[in-house]
Design a protein around this ligand. Structure first.
Ligand code: APR
Length: 246
């Protein structure tokens, strides 16, 4: 298709809710049952590492349960990439692997990954599917070092920010899906895209904290509204292509 738009998509926990993974801030969300400062900060890891390892070991195990699978929203985003190719960049705050399992390839995990460990000594990440704790040796150092969850905690800098900001400044379309807009820097992405002239679209169960900054808003469950929107976007550009051939 000619003149494909550059699309940057930000996803949050809401896109994985219908796949069986809890969000953070909805009722019965993860932060209702755990205090952020007990499990998701460098200070928590220093003060009570067993609690922090346990929290992420449980979430890693849950992600690998047979009933946890990508849903139609993840699949729709993968199908957009299969049509628009590298013009699509998916930036996710999610630490699950449901986008990859649905087929997305051009993806940035700005908050890290559950199925990964990080060596405390070398800083290297290692694909890791099982439990680990302070006594589990890293595979990269001699003598072996301890590893931490490969997660960006509160107070730490999200990953790949330079790449993300560059893509936002070049985007024609910015989609925000299933995120409450409460956590920076991701909550500020809509403003960056808007200032660069992008069409900004929110797809969420309810209006996010940043809803006023979006040109368009679609409310509902991700598995319903995301496929609808993505198919209309693909149709829109197929039509542009047909018209440009007339
Ligand atoms: N479909 C669409 N949206 C949904 C659905 C659904 N089925 N279910 C819930 N939502 C929406 C909620 O309305 C809410 O606005 O998803 C959003 C989830 O918000 P949060 O729980 O705050 O999750 P998120 O925005 O991803 O959190 C950002 O905070 O704690 C940190 O690091 C963690 O990456 C996370 C970051």
């Amino acid at each position: 298709m000619a003149n494909l738009p550059r699309v940057v998509i930000l996803t949050g926990a809401g896109i994985s809710a219908e796949s069986g993974l809890k969000t953070f801030r909805d009722s019965n969300g993860l932060w209702e049952n755990h205090k952020i400062e007990d499990v998701a900060t460098p200070e928590a890891f220093a003060g009570n590492p067993d609690l922090v390892y346990g929290f992420y070991n449980d979430r890693r195990a849950q992600l690998q349960l047979p009933n946890v699978k990508p849903n139609r929203a993840h699949e729709a985003l993968a199908s957009l990439e299969s049509v628009f190719g590298n013009n699509v960049l998916l930036v996710t705050q999610n630490v699950d692997n449901l986008h990859e399992r649905a087929g997305s390839k051009n993806i940035i995990h700005m908050h890290g990954k559950l199925l990964s460990s990080r060596c405390i000594n070398s800083g290297r990440s290692h694909t890791w599917h099982s439990k680990f704790d302070a006594s589990t040796p890293c595979p990269c150092c001699t003598p072996a070092s301890a590893m931490r969850p490969d997660i960006v905690w509160f107070g730490e800098m999200p990953m790949y920010m330079d790449n993300i900001i560059l893509a936002l400044t070049k985007a024609d379309i910015f989609l925000s899906i299933g995120t409450s807009g409460q956590v920076y820097p991701a909550a500020g992405f809509v403003q960056v895209a808007k200032d660069s002239g992008a069409r900004t679209v929110e797809l969420n169960l309810q209006p996010s904290d940043k809803c006023a900054l979006f040109d368009e808003s679609y409310l509902g469950r991700a598995s319903m509204i995301v496929p609808q929107f993505i198919h209309s976007l693909i149709d829109e550009y197929a039509l542009t292509q047909q018209n440009s051939l007339l």
